[in-house]
Design a protein around this ligand. Structure first.
Ligand code: NAI
Length: 255
């Protein structure tokens, strides 16, 4: 249980779902955690939970679509811990679930602001700190919907496709600085995001969940920890020769 010893790891969207699982698993593996989110009660509760378990952790209120907040918080993390080793760009929202010709510009822009610009701002402001630390690992949460299409949310697909190729470009740009950049592509994972998505359908949530499960050859949805273990691998030195890659964790959805 020491796969990320002493590494200073920022996780965005850490309060709930996949981000929370990433923070818990990274901490278990010896990392020092910086939790970014906009849900202060949940973020602070996670921070207290980690500290009670003897881990080092801090919570910062950061809206990842606000460059000034991202920049200030990243600098504050570096000042507090003396270095930054890992950035997990996890914060994201589901998009408007309707056809392209019915989507407003504001709906489109909101998804891009959080899911795409949020990743851009994180990378932009963390790179100098990682250079000073002698390298680092950036893990960007894309999706199976950054790999294949589906008839649901056009802005979400556009955003996750962008994250996939931003990861590859940044992997090439920063390889000489020993900064690795990879994307993770989850299938459906049982989190508040997916729960709200199924509830918004207005029908029987259990029936909707079974329908979604059937899209995965393994026959069920994933759990947040299924993604967190992949993120731990990419954050750790076990993946020291891995950059510009796509880690697909999807129960066979895209196979
Ligand atoms: P979630 O909705 O359950 O949790 C997202 C977290 O991000 C929340 O704590 C939320 O407060 C935070 N957040 C939202 N907007 C933010 C902002 N502007 N600034 C800072 N924090 C913000 O979502 P979930 O399911 O845990 O998803 C995490 C990531 O994984 C997202 O990028 C999502 O697109 C991606 N993903 C999720 C899948 C799933 O099935 N759950 C499948 C594929 C990708």
């Amino acid at each position: 249980m020491n796969r990320t010893p002493g590494k200073v790891c920022i996780v965005t969207g850490a309060a709930l779902g996949i981000g929370r699982a990433c923070a818990l698993r990274l901490a278990e593996e010896g990392a020092r955690l910086a939790l970014f989110d906009v849900l202060d009660a949940d973020g602070n509760a996670l921070c207290e939970q980690l500290r009670a378990a003897g881990r080092e952790a801090g919570y910062w209120h950061v809206d990842v679509s606000d460059e000034a907040q991202v920049a200030a918080a990243i600098d504050a993390v570096a000042a507090r811990y003396g270095r930054i080793d890992v950035l997990v760009n996890n914060a994201g929202i589901a998009g408007a679930n309707k056809p392209t010709d019915q989507i407003t510009e504001a709906e489109w822009d909101r998804v891009q602001a959080i899911n795409v610009k949020g990743v851009f701002f994180g990378v932009k402001h963390v790179v100098a700190h990682m250079r000073r630390a002698g390298g680092g690992s950036i893990v960007n949460l894309s999706s199976i919907y950054g790999l294949v299409g589906a008839a649901d949310s056009p802005p979400y697909h556009a955003a996750k496709g962008a994250v996939r190729l931003m990861s590859k470009t940044d992997a090439m740009l920063y390889a000489a600085d020993a900064i690795r950049v990879n994307s993770v592509h989850p299938g459906f994972i049982w989190t508040p995001m997916v729960q709200h998505h199924l509830e918004a359908g207005g029908g029987d949530v259990e029936a909707a969940r079974a329908q979604v499960a059937a899209l995965h050859p393994l026959g069920h949805l994933g759990e947040p920890d299924d993604i967190a273990w992949g993120v731990v691998y990419l954050a750790s030195d076990e993946s020291r020769f891995v950059t510009g890659s796509e880690l697909v964790i999807d129960g066979g959805y895209t196979a």
